[in-house]
Every structure is written in C-alpha cells, then in structure tokens.
Design a protein around this ligand. Sequence first.
Ligand SMILES: Nc1ncnc2c1ncn2[C@@H]1O[C@H](COP(=O)(O)OP(=O)(O)OP(=O)(O)O)[C@@H](O)[C@H]1O
Length: 253
Amino acid sequence: MPQTQPLIRIRGLKKSFGDHAVLQGVDIDIDKGQSVVIIGQSGGGKSVLLKTILGLIEADAGSIEIEGQDIETMSQSQLASIRDHIGMLFQGGALFDSLPVWRNITFAITQGHLRDTAKMQKLASEYLARVGLDDRILNLRSGELSGGMQKRVAIARAIAAKPEILLFDEPTAGLDPIRSDVIDDLTLSLVRDNGMTAITITHDMASVCKIADKIAFLHEGRIIWTGNTQDLRTTDNPYVRQFFDRKAEGPLH
Ligand SMILES: Nc1ncnc2c1ncn2[C@@H]1O[C@H](COP(=O)(O)OP(=O)(O)OP(=O)(O)O)[C@@H](O)[C@H]1O
C-alpha cells in the first residue's frame, strides 16, 4: 500500500516564551478531510500550537509541513496563499467591533472593502443560518451581541471564505448545550460534506465524542496520546483517563 502524505505533518515543534517552554517537541499528522481534536490542560499550549500552524507565532525548532512542503521554505506569497485556505476561530472571537455583523462575516471575501452590499448581506444571512442565528442581527455591532452570539458570528466568519482547513479554538465555550450541538453538527458537516479538514481545541467532552476522528492529548508540551473516540472511552492512559473522567485526583494537577 502506498503511504499517503498527511495534509499537515508536524515534527519536533518547540516554542518557549522566555524560560517558559510551552511546546517541547510536538509531533502530529493531520490527514485531509479529518476532524482532529486537541485536548489537554488549560495553559498547556493548545492555542500556541494552532497559532504556530497559522504562522502567527514562529516556532523555535521543529517543522510544519503542509502538503509535503515545510512552511519555513515557503515564499511570502506561498505562505499568504496557504493562509487564504485556512479559516481560524480565535478564542475570544476577535470580531471588528466597528463593523456590522454582515461585514465581519464577509470581511475576507471582500478583503475588507465595502462592495456588493446586497449580495454580501444575503451571503452573511446564509452563514448566520448555518450557525443558528437570525438575520435580524446583520446590522448590529459585536458590542450589541451576547458572548455566545459573538462566538457564532466569529464561526460564521471563519467558514464564509470556504477555507480548506479550519482551526477552531474552543468553538463551543460559553454556548449552551443545544447551541453547542448546532456548532458540532456544523463542524461535522463541513468535514463530511465539504471535505474540509478541521483542527478543534475544546474542553467539551461531548463535542470531542461527537466530532473527532482523531483526538490528540497535549501534555507538558508534547502529544502524549492519540486515538479515536472509542479509544478515549476505554484508554488506561492515566493522564487521559483522569482528564476524560473529570477527576481532581490523579497524575494531573
Ligand atoms: N505571546 C505570548 N507571550 C508569552 N506567553 C504566551 C504567549 N502566548 C501564549 N503564552 C503562554 O503559553 C502558555 C500556553 O498558552 P495557550 O493559550 O496555548 O494554552 P491553552 O492550552 O490554549 O490553554 P486554555 O485551554 O486555557 O485556552 C500560557 O502559559 C501562556 O501564558
């Protein structure tokens, strides 16, 4: 059987901030069309890992290959084109407060310009519907939305440019269980029906069990365990077990 190349291949990735070694040699493969979920303790470096894949943070050592090419060897225009194919949801949402919801959602499509207003508003309402929001909020500013609505608008923005890779940092944090399930369904549909590749960070174990093809556990700067949802339920890895069972007692503090 010929070995297929992963879409993203990360090897020995290291990143420190001062004397704080956050990533200490991360190795992971992400296949095209896969939904990968990264779990691990708060402050463990999951967001840093996503930001490093996106190129917002420069690694100290190691490699990130996308479709076989090391991002370090890419030209600025190649890197920009890779980024155009990535949709990122930041933890805080990071909406532009000065722009209405519809312009936030269509920002990447119009490259920030004000054009095709009617068409863009229609497109924005379609994406609002996909995240379970009403188009009555099209003209509101983010400060006029609840935290959960801001999060869903940010998800709509991340998917509106039809990226091939989705990087979702805690997409369901702060959402009620029903709205979380809408977002999980959306993630699954983007992966299953649209062939996108999703990397999601979450602490929501119900989401993990619903959306993950592969789960990676980040601990002390390394991926120490990977498996599918069945493996997660049955693993005897003490760290993963304690985390999944939500127990204060165990090797994790
Ligand atoms: N730009 C930065 N400068 C200095 N330290 C940083 C920077 N970005 C992240 N860190 C530190 O790196 C560590 C890992 O942060 P990160 O946000 O990746 O954790 P996380 O696993 O995503 O946590 P959580 O689950 O709480 O969101 C933290 O101690 C954080 O303070």
